[in-house]
Design a protein around this ligand. Structure first.
Ligand code: FAD
Ligand code: UDP
Length: 370
């Protein structure tokens, strides 16, 4: 069966390779001038590898996803660490997620793990059920830590209050009583050795895969027996039920020649100051050795490329109306962060794409057996 895939990000490229491996010819188009979707990276003008669309750190607990991607890249072990600066005037930086060191440094204490657990038990505001992100944060760390580390960041990032966002947003960030200062705790944490774009080039390098970049999907021009769509689902349906809200970002890249190390960890968050949410220094992620250093600042905004679905009940209800249209389709499939309107990490997108392909390939496997 002839398949057209719209989008050359993780969702589209994974489907393309899986179907091509199973014998199906696939055409992939992407409106951007490059492959790899939001994971696209490139050397900057000084030869430092930078992530065009903000920092992408790979982490997963799925062996299936690691096995699949490891066919196309070697890995550089990397555990991401983040500091938060709640008051830029003082410049004091604390581990994020909040851990024992955050609490002790912030309040001038010297608590052990049990002491931190007791402290949090005292300051938390128990909430039941945990519906909003505010519920999640107050329930785990209480009001003071919420105001210092979460409310301002969230307002900047989403243009909404914590109380207006579903629980899942803040639930991405754990609270720890020990000294573990890693941002993620997944079993597998690593960066593609030669970068994401090189990994995608190998992923899409297959005689049955044809890729065209700089080509926007046009239903009048792009006929196919089967369509896999990884762009915004509301756009596919001409916004007939109204626009699904997405949050965008403006990325400000900077190359510094005056220092070879700008900050002590990969990312520093600024919850309460500046128009940007965080600064990432790429050398931490890539391990590159260089006399200068490359940074990116993320400025959240409403208009621009859709990067984040906005998890809140009204949007989830609107998405369900589009999902109902999608479920009635037999030859069109929607997969990925924009098409499924889910706050997916990269590994979750790969897992979802592999699962879709398994479903799509089942009938032909049955036919082969018969
Ligand atoms: P995308 O990568 O968005 O790919 C969709 C592609 O479809 C795009 O290239 C787009 O140009 C194309 N397209 C859309 N509409 C059309 C059309 N009409 N015609 C042609 N082409 C079209 N995940 C992690 O696991 N770790 C991280 O550290 C991490 N950091 C992130 C940081 C930021 C700032 C952002 C925004 C996301 C981050 N993510 C991270 C999430 C990660 O980017 C996504 O999970 C993943 O890239 C989604 O893949 P996708 O294929 O679904 O979508
Ligand atoms: N968050 C916060 N303060 C922080 C870090 C995160 O309030 O210092 C909240 C904020 O709402 C953010 C969400 O937790 O959007 C998820 O954070 P994550 O770092 O996972 O966001 P992403 O990397 O996907 O932008």
């Amino acid at each position: 069966m002839d398949t057209l895939i719209v989008g050359a990000g993780f969702a589209g490229a994974t489907c393309a390779r899986r179907l091509a491996d199973a014998g199906h010819p696939v055409r992939v188009i992407d409106k951007r001038p490059h492959i790899a979707g939001n994971a696209y990276d490139r050397p900057n003008e000084h030869g430092l590898l930078v992530h065009e669309y903000g920092p992408h750190i790979f982490h997963t607990n799925s062996d299936k996803v690691v096995d699949f991607l490891s066919r196309f890249t070697a890995w550089r072990p990397y555990e991401h660490r983040v500091l938060a600066v709640p008051d830029a005037a003082s410049g004091e930086a604390y581990p994020m997620p909040i851990n024992r060191r955050t609490i002790n440094a912030l309040y001038g204490l010297d608590l052990d793990e049990a002491g931190v657990a007791a402290f949090l038990e005292r300051v938390r505001e128990p909430r039941e059920p945990l519906r909003s992100s505010e519920d999640v944060v107050l329930n785990s760390v209480g009001r003071d830590l919420c105001e210092r580390f979460f409310r301002g960041y969230t307002r900047k990032q989403w243009g909404l209050d914590l109380a207006e966002l579903s629980a899942g947003v803040a639930a991405r960030i754990p609270t720890r009583c020990n000294d573990d200062d890693r941002y993620f705790t997944d079993r597998f944490q690593a960066m593609p050795q030669d970068g994401y774009t090189r990994m995608f080039a190998r992923l899409l390098d297959h005689p049955r895969i044809q890729v065209e970049t700089g080509v926007a999907y046009d239903p009048a021009r792009h006929a196919a027996e089967r369509l896999i769509f990884t762009g915004p689902i509301d756009e596919y349906y001409g916004h007939r039920h109204g626009r699904l809200p997405y949050r965008s970002l403006r990325f400000e890249h900077e190359h510094r020649t005056d220092c070879d190390r700008f900050q002590p960890v990969g990312t520093v968050n600024y919850p309460n100051d500046h128009a940007y949410t965080r600064i990432t220094e790429f050398k931490h992620l890539t391990g590159q050795v260089h006399g200068g250093t490359a940074l990116v600042r993320e400025y959240p905004c409403d208009d621009g490329e859709p990067y984040y679905p906005i998890p809140r009940p009204a949007n989830e209800a609107l998405f369900k109306r589009y999902q109902a249209l999608a479920e009635a389709e037999t030859q069109v499939h929607f997969i990925g962060r924009l098409a499924q309107y889910r706050y997916y990490n990269m590994d979750q997108v790969v897992a979802a794409a592999l699962a879709l392909c398994e479903r799509l390939l089942q009938p032909s496997a049955a036919a082969l057996e018969a």
